[in-house]
Write a protein of this length. Structure first.
Lengths: 114, 110
C-alpha cells in the first residue's frame, strides 16, 4: 500500500491564482482530512469528510473548498490565493472505527503564495 | 482558544536518559488522546494513544500517562535515542476530529 499520497510536493502561486492540492489514499478509509501547519504552530483542520459525498468544515475553512466524489480521493481547492495561505498542507485518512482514532498522514504539500 | 497546549516548544535530553513531554487540554469532552512524531519534510506519524478510561498505556520505550482530573497527559521515552529527535504533537479526539497542540521539538544529545 502506498498509504496517503499528496501532489504536488511544492508549489509557488501568485496572489489571485487558483490551484488544487491532490490527495489519494489506498487503504479504503472512510474518513479523510485536510490540515494546514504554519511555522511554530500545530495542525489546523481545514475540511474533513466522513465518506464519499459528505464533507464538513473544520476550524479554518475560509478560502478553501473540497469535494469527495470517491472513497480514495479528497482534493483541496484554493481559489484566489492569498499570502495568508502560505503554509504546509497535510492530508490524512482514518478507517472510521469508533475506537480507533489514529489518522495516517501524507507527506505534505509546501505552498508559497507571493 | 487553544484547547490543547504544549507549553514547552523545545526540550533537549541526553541519550539514554528519560524524555518527558507534556500536554494540557481544556475540553473535558475529549475522550481519546494521541501522540504523533514528525520529522522534517515528512507527515506526522502515529506513536501511541490512550483512552480517557485509562491512566497509562505502554508500548516499548514509550509510555503515555493521563491525569483526567488535571486535564494533563505526558509522554515518557526511555531510554532516549538519537532517532527520537523530532517534533512531537499531542492530539485530542472528539466528534470524529483531532485537535492538535503546537508541538515540542525534542533533541537527543549523543
Amino acid at each position: 500500500n502506498a498509504g496517503v499520497t499528496q501532489t504536488p510536493k511544492f508549489r509557488i502561486l501568485k496572489i489571485g491564482q487558483s490551484m488544487t492540492l491532490q490527495c489519494t489514499q489506498d487503504m479504503n478509509h472512510n474518513y479523510m482530512y485536510w490540515y494546514r501547519q504554519d511555522p511554530g504552530m500545530g495542525l489546523k483542520l481545514i475540511y474533513y469528510s466522513v465518506g464519499a459525498g459528505i464533507t464538513d468544515k473544520g476550524e479554518v475553512p475560509n478560502g478553501y473548498n473540497v469535494s469527495r466524489s470517491t472513497t480514495e480521493d479528497f482534493p483541496l481547492r484554493l481559489e484566489l490565493a492569498a499570502p495568508s495561505q502560505t503554509s504546509v498542507y497535510f492530508c490524512a485518512s482514518r478507517r472510521g472505527l469508533s475506537f480507533r482514532f489514529e489518522q495516517f498522514f501524507g507527506p505534505g504539500t509546501r505552498l508559497t503564495v507571493l | 482558544d487553544q484547547q490543547v497546549k504544549q507549553n514547552s516548544p523545545s526540550l533537549s535530553v541526553q541519550e539514554g536518559r528519560i524524555s518527558i513531554l507534556n500536554c494540557d487540554y481544556t475540553n473535558s469532552m475529549f475522550d481519546y488522546f494521541l501522540w504523533y512524531k514528525k520529522y522534517p519534510a515528512e507527515g506526522p506519524t502515529f506513536l501511541i494513544s490512550i483512552s480517557s478510561i485509562k491512566d497509562k498505556n505502554e508500548d516499548g520505550r514509550f509510555t503515555v500517562f493521563l491525569n483526567k482530573s488535571a486535564k494533563h497527559l505526558s509522554l515518557h521515552i526511555v531510554p532516549s535515542q538519537p532517532g527520537d529527535s523530532a517534533v512531537y504533537f499531542c492530539a485530542a479526539a472528539g466528534n470524529e476530529k483531532l485537535t492538535f497542540g503546537t508541538g515540542t521539538r525534542l533533541t537527543i544529545i549523543p
